[in-house]
Write a protein that binds this ligand. Structure first.
Ligand SMILES: Cc1cc2nc3c(=O)[nH]c(=O)nc-3n(C[C@H](O)[C@H](O)[C@H](O)COP(=O)(O)OP(=O)(O)OC[C@H]3O[C@@H](n4cnc5c(N)ncnc54)[C@H](O)[C@@H]3O)c2cc1C
Length: 422
């Protein structure tokens, strides 16, 4: 497959852009693979790519029940940051951000990663203190981070609601300049194309419907396109993890599937250069502006468990209220679209990249609604786990056993309720 370059863009321009080939193959499933990854979202595709690239594994398939990137991969609000506090999370998300910083070059695909800064608004002295603790911890471990006063914030984002009657008065902000956004479907396509170049079979419209087992192994994978055997099987199915877990013969997981909505408005002239986030008094809201001009934003979960990829009206109202309370000029903007994805919410808000009770079954799940930013590192460490059959030190606590051992990684301090870990 041709590499993308300024020269290839020029050359294809001469033939009216008619000569671009397919970006990845559409292979028939083989009877047997060394590694099968279930789920062609970002985590599954990244895992296949790093398995082939970093570990030289040949004979890999990614099985996808729909089309690649049709799950949460193509539904998120694309925020990428590494402002984490807890040991384990901090190193993991910083590694992810570093992978993001070189991802377009690595994949030879423009994922439109834009380091436009992530600004968390602060509304009280105690919130300033808590943010200073978190952001100083980041600085001590080598991740640049800043706390801004009101004057600096007003210069950077002049049209937030600073008025005397503001519903949520702002007193400062915690800022990560290296954070930003990327184009989510380009990330899926970039990983798919690069994995395909390494010989990975990406098989769409291939739903896993069951698993055959011996006492300690997955022996066969039943799919809508026939039975497939695999020496190793990795699950990366986000909100469907509990379903696949049951197919493997287990009962429960410390995960609940909840839906999360995202919203985009009609295109506007440039209004917001950064990602702006606030959460105070029960609200939760994040917003950025896409390259096409649409305001892209979201808020809380829909508050009840479901596998449906659609949301409900109360959250539309809730999020719209947040939008106009912080950016009053949004009041006259029309909403263009909204949609939902199914989130794999874990009990402490942190993920699982781990072995399972079956010796050849590996689990990647529990991304809550922060898995987009995690995609590169998630694939990197999951590939490392599958290839070497032992967890890397950085992910040593991303296990199912951590709750038994009392090593919860509760970034928000919200307690054991999956709904509260946004
Ligand atoms: C509205 C919304 C906003 C979000 N905003 C952000 C954000 O701003 N920043 C951030 O970091 N994260 C965000 N997220 C979270 C992030 O999108 C997810 O955590 C991440 O995409 C999950 O990993 P994935 O891409 O692999 O999942 P998915 O794309 O959901 O991939 C899982 C795949 O598995 C497939 N599958 C399921 N069952 C089967 C089966 N039986 N057989 C075969 N295939 C199967 C599905 O079809 C799907 O394609 C958001 C999510 C949503 C929904």
């Amino acid at each position: 497959m041709a590499r993308f370059s300024a020269w290839s863009v020029f050359k294809n321009g001469l033939s009216g852009q008619q000569s671009w080939g397919r970006q990845w193959r559409d292979p028939e499933p083989q009877k047997q693979y060394d590694v099968v990854i279930v789920g062609a979202g970002l985590h599954g595709l990244a895992t296949a790519y790093y398995l082939a690239k970093n570990h030289g594994v040949k004979n890999i398939a990614v099985l996808e029940k729909g089309w690649l990137g049709g799950g949460n991969a193509g539904r998120n609000t694309t925020i990428v940051r590494s402002n984490y506090f807890m040991p384990g999370n901090r190193q993991f998300y910083e590694h992810s951000l570093q992978l993001w910083e070189n991802l377009s070059h690595d994949l030879n695909y423009n994922v439109m990663f834009s380091q436009r800064a992530h600004i968390s608004l602060l509304h009280s002295p105690s919130a300033m203190d808590a943010a200073a603790r978190r952001y100083n911890t980041m600085r001590l471990s080598g991740t640049p981070a800043e706390i801004w006063g009101l004057d600096q914030l007003k210069k950077a984002v002049p049209h937030l609601n600073y008025g005397p009657d503001a519903r949520f008065p702002i007193i400062g902000a915690a800022v990560q300049q290296r954070a930003g956004t990327a184009r989510h479907d380009a990330v899926a396509w970039g990983y798919a194309r690069a994995a395909d170049q390494h010989g990975v079979d990406i098989i769409q419209n291939c739903e896993v419907t069951g698993m055959g087992r011996t006492a300690d192994k997955v022996s066969t994978i039943q799919t809508s396109r026939g039975v497939i055997k695999a020496k190793k099987v990795g699950l990366a199915v986000a909100g469907n993890t509990t379903r696949l877990w049951q197919m493997a013969g287990f009962s429960t997981l410390p995960i609940e599937s909840h839906k999360l909505q995202a919203f985009v408005t009609e295109p506007l002239k440039p209004l917001l250069d950064q990602v702006v986030v606030f959460g105070v008094g029960g609200t939760h809201f994040y917003i950025s502006q896409s390259d096409k001009g649409g305001m892209v934003f979201g808020g809380d979960l829909d508050w009840y468990k479901s596998y449906a990829q659609r949301g409900n009206l109360p959250i539309v109202q809730d999020v719209a209220e947040c939008a106009v309370s912080i950016l009053p000029c949004m009041g006259r903007v029309r909403l263009l679209r909204h949609w939902a994805g199914v989130m794999d919410m874990s009990m402490d808000g942190s993920p699982f990249i781990c072995k399972t009770p079956l010796s050849n079954l590996y689990l990647n799940a529990g991304w809550n609604y922060g898995g987009f930013k995690a995609s590169p590192a998630s694939g990197w460490y999951f590939a490392d786990l599958i290839a070497n059959d032992r967890p890397h030190e950085t992910i040593q606590h991303f296990t199912l056993q951590r709750f038994e051992q009392g090593v919860n990684i509760d970034e928000r301090g919200a307690g054991p309720d999956p709904k509260l870990h946004g």
